[in-house]
Structures are given as structure tokens and as C-alpha cells.
Design a protein around this ligand. Structure first.
Ligand SMILES: Nc1ncnc2c1ncn2[C@@H]1O[C@H](COP(=O)(O)OP(=O)(O)OP(=O)(O)O)[C@@H](O)[C@H]1O
Ligand SMILES: [Mg+2]
Length: 300
């Protein structure tokens, strides 16, 4: 990791429906993403955690420019990428990839998984012929799949293997940044740790940075250097993982921490879940992220 951010997200807002002028300046309308700012360093993993509908996927899609923001700026390696045309965005597309939650939906059922993994190299004309074949085989090995699987179709694979295929495609163009949008949520618990390990190994090997989106905090601790907790479109707390797990300040973060299941059924049954009062502790207009310790910010 070095000090120059790979990615800077500044005051990102995404509003759906209605017109932004109609609701402009009105605190009544709830934005999917509401004034979100963060940075990710090269080789760093930022976890983005929060309940369903909190705006995690929208943040990921908008920062990759898969959708235009309502307002705000995204910089990649210091260059503004918000507002660029499709052709201006193309070089950045190679560098920024996404892995989705449902590994089967992302795949093309009528395409061999080898062709699917190689497709970005066709689109971006980075390799052809036997060079592309060799590179595809290398990508299969990198994600722990036998290259002989290249000629098979998605339905022949297990969930974990399908997610490996998606990851192979995501790294095909040597990106420096991947949005992983709940990439393990749909997988069996026994498989989840394997995929988390794969993300970690690829990070070590390729120097990748991740925005790792998750519902809860369970896997995040081991994978993420820092964690941002999102609620109702806003980041309510952001801190290094140790601080989130050892010194959480926002009531919502505390509630999320008590929601992590404990493997022991006796302990789990008797555990007290801290209830979260959205009316009392939910984000309010006018609140801003305040620094409470180095790299530790809380919405107050
Ligand atoms: N294309 C869209 N049109 C209208 N509203 C949308 C659209 N996409 C998302 N939303 C709304 O924006 C809010 C945030 O959605 P988003 O999918 O980003 O949440 P999330 O945190 O990823 O949730 P989940 O954990 O369920 O994936 C939700 O209220 C959702 O209904
Ligand atoms: Mg989502």
C-alpha cells in the first residue's frame, strides 16, 4: 500500500425516480447514495457493509460509471472519470472490474466458460489466437480451476467454481481495482472461506485493491484493511478493521457486530442482540463524518 489513493470518491449522490430538482434541498426524499466519500489505496481492501437497501451496490455501480451519479466525483489514479464518454472511459474499464453476488446469473449459459473468461481480451483486443488461449489457461490456473474445464458450460459447475470463473474473467485484463459485490453471499458457508482466500491470494499476487461489499461483518474482518458501514445511503462509520471490531462508535455498527453469528449454538442461543433504533440513531440531515481517531470517522 502507498499513500496515493487509487480511487477517490467525493460526495457521491445517486437519487432514483422523480427529478433531482423536485426534491433538491429537501430532506424528505431518500437517496440510494447520499454524500458518500472515501478513498482506496493501491492494494487495499475496503469493506462496505450494511443492511439490504442501504446503497452498497449502487455505490459500486456508480463509482465504476456503470450508472451516472446524480452528483459527486470519482477519481481513478488522480483522474476524474465521472462525466467521461464511453470511449474516454474505455482505458479505465480495463483497470476496474466487478464480481457479482450470483455467480450463475453473471455467466452466459450458452458460452463455454473459456470463451467467457477470454471475452474481455477480445473486446479490448489485448490478445488473440494462441496467446489468448494460453492466457485463458493461465487465468484458470490462477483461480484454482483446471484449464481442461475451459470447454465446458456454466451448468456443469458448482457455485464456488462458477464464482472462480467470474473472478478469472474479472482479472483477465490485469485490473488494479475490483468491486466485489457480495461475491460469497450466495455460496455455501463451506465454500465462502475458499473464495475469500482466493481474493486474498490474488491481491497478494497481483496487487489488487477491492471494494468488498457484504451484508454483515463476519468475513470482513479477515479480508478488509478498513471498513465503511452504510445505512440509508450514508456512511455512518469508517475505520481500520481493528477499530471497527474493537472500538465501534456508531450504534448501527454496534448492532451489526452483535448480529455476527457465533458458531457455538449454546452461546448463540443466549446471546443478546443489541437492537437498533433507526428513529433515534439513524442518519440525520446535517450530520457529517467526524474524525475520532486516526483514520476513524463517525457520522455525528
Ligand atoms: N435502478 C433503481 N431504480 C430505483 N431504485 C433503485 C434502483 N437501484 C437501487 N434502488 C434503490 O436504492 C436503494 C439502495 O439499493 P442498493 O441495491 O444499492 O442497496 P444494497 O445495499 O446493495 O442492498 P442489498 O444488500 O439488498 O444488495 C434501495 O432503496 C433500492 O430500492
Ligand atoms: Mg446490493
Amino acid at each position: 500500500m502507498n499513500d496515493t489513493p487509487l480511487l477517490s470518491v467525493r460526495n457521491l449522490v445517486k437519487r432514483y425516480g422523480g427529478s433531482s430538482t423536485w426534491f433538491g434541498g429537501n430532506s424528505f426524499g431518500v437517496s440510494a447514495v447520499d454524500d458518500v466519500s472515501f478513498e482506496i489505496a493501491p492494494g487495499e481492501t475496503l469493506g462496505l457493509v450494511g443492511e439490504s437497501g442501504s446503497g452498497k451496490s449502487t455505490t459500486g455501480r456508480v463509482l465504476l460509471q456503470l450508472e451516472a451519479p446524480t452528483s459527486g466525483t470519482v477519481l481513478f489514479k488522480g483522474q476524474t472519470i465521472t462525466g467521461l464518454s464511453a470511449s474516454e472511459l474505455k482505458p479505465f474499464r480495463r483497470e476496474m472490474q466487478i464480481v457479482f453476488q450470483d455467480p450463475y446469473a453473471a455467466l452466459n449459459p450458452r458460452m463455454t466458460v473459456g470463451a467467457f473468461v477470454a471475452e474481455p481480451m477480445v473486446v479490448h483486443k489485448t490478445a488473440s489466437g494462441s496467446e489468448r488461449q494460453d492466457r485463458t489457461a493461465e487465468l484458470f490456473r490462477k483461480v484454482g480451476l483446471d484449464p481442461s474445464f475451459m470447454t465446458r458450460y456454466p451448468h456443469e459447475f458448482s457455485g464456488g467454481q462458477r464464482q472462480r470463473v467470474n473472478i478469472a474473467r474479472a482479472i483477465a485484463l490485469n485490473p488494479s481495482f475490483i468491486v466485489a459485490d457480495e461475491p460469497i453471499t450466495a455460496l455455501d458457508v463451506s465454500i465462502q472461506a475458499q473464495i475469500v482466500n482466493l481474493f486474498q491470494d490474488l491481491q497478494d499476487e497481483l496487487g489488487l485493491a477491492y471494494l468488498f461489499v457484504a451484508h454483515d461483518l463476519s468475513m470482513v474482518r479477515y479480508l478488509c484493511h478498513r471498513v465503511a458501514v452504510m445505512l440509508r445511503g450514508r456512511i455512518v462509520e469508517m475505520a481500520p478493521s481493528e477499530a471497527i471490531f474493537g472500538d465501534a462508535r456508531h450504534p448501527y455498527t454496534k448492532a451489526l457486530l452483535t448480529a455476527i453469528p457465533v458458531p457455538d449454538p449454546d452461546i448463540e442461543r443466549n446471546r443478546r442482540h443489541v437492537p437498533f433504533d433507526l428513529e433515534m440513531h439513524g442518519p440525520r440531515p446535517g450530520q457529517t463524518l467526524q474524525k475520532v481517531a486516526p483514520q476513524h470517522f463517525v457520522l455525528t
